[in-house]
Write a protein of this length. Structure first.
Length: 214
């Protein structure tokens, strides 16, 4: 990954017990305690998988042992690495995850599974722009749900990239670029990157048996 590249990596989070155990060994005691607080086993396993794979990705790029990496968090929870300048962000939804990594630019990413939304019009009025809501009103069924989540992921990705939570307002913040992604069938995602003149590299985390074949 060069300085002009932004890398997006997709991964499945529903893994075998052996793979999950290996990832769990990479986590800190604090992370394992966080995992233990999940009520449902599936949520606990997906948290372990998501954090463990993040550590593998960062460790590979930095040439360090994944278990030695230490994180810090911004005001709105955006993670960063202590002692390293690599930028990254992650998102997960219903058993899949997306990771964005860059050497020089702040990044934000959001992934969502397309699914029915109750009171979609009322929710759209609260979180989408007038133009986005107007477009939504012209669509029906699955197309409408997909477009809602595309707009939602743009908001989330931009806000996460800036470290400010859910972004508001129309368009992209000054100095940022937004790009829609096609992570997997039934999912949508958006990437927010600081600046311009970068190129995107996409692919699955190539661990055999992780279910990342697309």
């Amino acid at each position: 990954m060069s300085g002009a590249e932004v890398s997006v990596v997709y991964a499945a989070l529903d893994l075998s017990e052996d793979r999950l155990e290996a990832l769990s060994r990479l986590l800190t005691e604090d992370e394992r305690e966080r995992a233990a607080r999940f009520v449902f086993a599936q949520d606990r396993a997906r948290f372990i998988a998501g954090r463990g794979i993040l550590r593998e990705l960062l460790g590979e790029r930095l040439g360090e042992r994944p278990g030695n990496l230490r994180f810090r968090y911004g005001t709105h929870g955006k993670p960063a690495l202590l002692g390293h300048s690599i930028r990254f962000n992650l998102s997960h939804s219903h058993g899949r995850a997306a990771y964005a990594l860059s050497w020089q630019r702040e990044v934000g990413i959001d992934l969502e599974r397309i699914r029915p939304v109750e009171r979609i019009d009322r929710l759209a009025e609260r979180v989408l722009t007038a133009r986005e809501s107007e477009l939504l009103a012209t669509l029906d069924g699955a197309q409408r749900e997909a477009e809602f989540f595309r707009a939602w992921t743009r908001r989330e990705a931009q806000g996460k990239g800036q470290g400010e939570g859910l972004a508001s307002g129309a368009g992209t913040a000054e100095g940022w670029t937004l790009r829609s992604l096609d992570p997997a069938p039934g999912y949508v995602a958006s990437l927010a990157v600081e600046g311009a003149g970068w190129r995107l590299m996409e692919g699955p985390w190539p661990i055999e048996g992780d279910g990342n074949e697309r």
